[in-house]
Ligand binder design. Structure first.
Ligand SMILES: NC(=O)c1ccc[n+]([C@@H]2O[C@H](COP(=O)([O-])OP(=O)(O)OC[C@H]3O[C@@H](n4cnc5c(N)ncnc54)[C@H](OP(=O)(O)O)[C@@H]3O)[C@@H](O)[C@H]2O)c1
Length: 683
């Protein structure tokens, strides 16, 4: 679709640059300043104009991109709509709500698309924060604080005049307003507001509108948000465009409501009673581009449904700004026109659609050849390799909840809470770990993710392979965890030990008794095994599935031959295999075997092989990606389509490990890591 750019100032090249990568092209540039128009037009290889009417007559462009200065937005948009063009406007849509409503009316009447900046509610950090909100982590949100510290435009802008005329609301305030409206829907009224004329005496250029505005906004859906928009507070002050929301169950901090970055610490979550934890991306974030909004608008036109939702939100934001000004004069409250603005569903992660609520990850595709060749991965859901087989969609990384650490038992409650707050959505539990009830308490606490957002993996210990014991163990574990069903229930080991009693709450059982129950000794001091073949144990596991106590089944610590036994014995195919996997022991043959059959592989003990994290090659690769050696090992697993489940009791490690899942390594880097393989590696 051809675009006519109107306004060739500082922002225009940013929009034009983005177009190179997509289906839109600049067919003309118009600016009152002829030199500026020509400069951009030459870059775009199109004609330049100084007169809008002529440009609209001459240029065959269905979409006008209005990048003029604040006060010119409404008249330029009106002229373009009246000439039958779809319009995307820089913010604000207009300077008064009446003008904004008129634009919407023209667009509606002529069935034209009308979009309006900012498009940043779709930027990566905002989407991440929005998903946290949509997950219900905060509970009902009642309070918020939003800042828009545009700063001293006379310091940082070459042409500050337009900013000084409109004040901080219409330029900066629109960022948090647009985001909040996209999350909560329209503001119903401005409760109170105040406007100040503060400015350094030494400055000769001064704002003509109030330089600092404070307002308390009531959203129709419930939250009350205090907004501060300022040209006086420097843009390098502690808060820039920070947004903090408080709900009954937790708080959310977003560093920049109008930011476009992908920093891991842009979004933080603190469940009630706990401090903030960084919630980093766990899949490669899609960078924000100005042109994306144009692309979406053009797509709506191509689909025959020209979108005006951005225009409606833009018009409502203008109405809020007008109402704040009125409230600052009268004291408030002032009702706000909703202009048809609505909250918008939070876009899902780009890696694929959600499956029952947890975030998906790449699913592996068939590798090219045999053992020790890294499988390729795809960013799209895979076609099932076998009819009737569907791979589980798992988060890219999970969290190991074992209490066992270097021969000692450690309490994991705090680190599991940190993991949930950071955004881990797969918990690896086991009756052997003895802490299922603690995990259950955390999952039931205010601020925990909803049950459907967390993949709970469980394991029955090897003393419980007999059918009645297995069912009893599964029922006990479900009860301790407070869940109706495991997302995946697995055999902890393929072979069985003798049963000496039930294993509930091992963490609270004296060590001697615990050892006797879990590693039963025969009279000669050796472990007493039980004659329950793997095929039988699997069929017993299937009984839990048949009762609806597990949504899928799996097995840990198997060889390929044992997996064949399971595949032959069962009627429910294994969906997941958990094995020790790290660069010393990549188990590529088994991984490929599983991936070929649509079986997901989970890597336990990914970091704890002695000496692994000191390997120089991991540090070298990490340096290129800003990752620690541990991060490289985790990214290597994720790149291979394997889900690592590191454990950590160090909060910084918990967060950094999650963030590492957003990095993909190159084939060459994976090959270098492959050279660490030690065929004779044993713990
Ligand atoms: N199915 C099975 O038979 C089986 C067997 C073993 C384990 N597992 C599962 O796998 C999970 C993980 O295995 P694991 O417990 O053996 O541990 P691991 O994840 O391989 O390693 C944990 C160790 O690595 C350290 N660590 C973690 N992140 C780090 C980082 N970013 N930088 C440096 N060091 C880091 C931890 O120290 P800090 O605490 O200081 O971070 C800890 O010492 C278990 O919790 C369990 O859920 C399953």
């Amino acid at each position: 679709m051809n675009c006519l750019f109107v306004g060739a100032g500082a922002i225009a090249p940013e929009y034009a640059a983005g177009l190179e990568a997509n289906t839109l092209s600049v067919a003309g540039v118009c600016d009152l300043d002829g030199e500026r128009a020509v400069a951009l037009a030459e870059e775009c290889g199109c004609p330049a104009f100084t007169d809008l009417e002529t440009a609209l007559d001459v240029v065959d462009a269905a979409l006008v991109v209005n990048l003029t200065s604040h006060a010119a937005h409404a008249p330029v948009t009106e002229a373009a709509l009246s000439a039958g063009r779809h319009v995307y406007s820089q913010k604000p849509l207009a300077l008064d709500a009446e003008a904004a409503e008129k634009l919407l009316e023209i667009a509606r009447r002529r069935d034209l698309a009308l979009g309006c900046a900012p498009g940043t509610p779709r930027a990566p950090a905002q989407r991440r924060a929005g998903r946290l909100l949509a997950d219900g982590r905060l509970g009902p949100v009642r309070l918020g604080y939003a800042h828009a510290h545009v700063g001293r435009v006379t310091d940082w802008h070459d042409h500050p005049g337009s900013f000084l005329d409109v004040g901080p609301l219409y330029d900066g305030g629109v960022y948090p307003l647009a985001l909040l409206v996209s999350w909560f829907g329209p503001v119903s009224h401005v409760r109170v507001a105040d406007a100040l004329d503060v400015w350094p005496d030494r400055e000769t250029k001064r704002p003509t509108a109030p330089s600092h505005v404070e307002a308390t906004l009531a959203f129709a859906s419930g939250p009350t948000v205090r907004l501060t928009a300022s040209l006086y507070a420097p843009h390098r002050s502690r808060e820039f465009y920070g947004l903090e929301l408080h709900g009954d169950d937790g708080s959310l901090y977003l560093r920049g409501s109008g930011a476009m970055g992908t920093d891991p610490d842009d979004v933080r979550f603190g469940r009630v009673g706990r401090g903030y934890t960084n919630a980093p991306p766990q899949s490669p974030p899609t960078p924000y581009a100005y042109a994306d909004a144009l692309e979406r608008l053009a797509a709506s036109v191509a689909a025959g449904t020209p979108s005006r939702s951005g225009g409606r939100r833009g018009a409502h934001v203008v109405a809020v700004c007008n109402a704040i000004e009125a409230a600052a004069e009268t004291g408030g409250p002032i009702e706000v026109l909703d202009c048809g603005a609505m909250c918008e569903p939070v876009p899902e992660p780009v890696v694929g659609p959600p499956d029952r609520g947890w975030h998906p990850t790449e699913t592996p595709v068939r590798p090219d050849s045999g053992p020790d060749v890294e499988p390729r991965t795809t960013l799209h859901p895979r076609t099932d390799p076998k009819p009737g087989t569907r791979s589980l969609r798992l988060p890219p990384i999970g969290f190991g909840c074992s209490r066992y650490r270097d021969g000692e038992y450690v309490d994991r409650s705090d680190s599991i809470a940190t993991a949930l707050d950071a955004g881990y959505r797969l918990l690896d539990s086991a009756e052997l770990y003895g802490n299922e009830h603690r995990i259950g308490d955390l999952l039931a606490a205010p601020g925990a993710p909803g049950r459907e957002s967390v993949f709970v993996l469980g394991k029955v210990w090897r003393t419980n392979h007999r059918r009645e014991h297995l069912l009893e163990a599964c029922a006990g574990s479900r009860s301790e965890l407070g869940i109706d069903a495991f997302d995946c229930y697995t055999l902890h080991w393929p072979s069985a030990f003798a049963h000496r009693g039930e294993l509930s709450r091992l963490a609270e059982t004296p060590v001697d008794r615990r050892e006797a129950l879990t590693f039963p000794e025969a009279d000669d001091g050796s472990i007493e095994t039980a004659e329950i073949p793997l095929s039988r144990a699997w069929q017993n596991l299937e009984a839990a599935y048949e009762r609806g106590w597990a949504r899928s089944l799996g097995v840990c610590n198997v060889s390929e031959a044992q997996l064949e036994t399971v595949l032959d014995a069962g009627t429910v195919p294994p969906a997941l295999v958990q094995i020790e996997r790290h660069p010393y022991r990549p188990r590529q043959g088994l991984v490929s075997f599983c991936h070929d059959r649509g079986i997901r592989v989970v890597a336990h003990s990914p970091l704890s092989a002695p000496g692994l994290l000191e390997e120089p090659v991991l540090a070298e690769i990490g340096a290129d990606h800003g990752l620690s050696p541990a991060g490289v090992v985790l990214a290597w697993n994720v790149t291979s389509g394997v889900v690592p489940i590191p454990s950590s009791t160090t909060p910084e490690h918990v967060v950094a490990n999650l963030a590492a899942a957003a990095t993909r390594l190159t084939a060459e880097e994976c090959a270098r890591i492959g050279s660490l393989r030690r065929p004779d590696f044993e713990r």
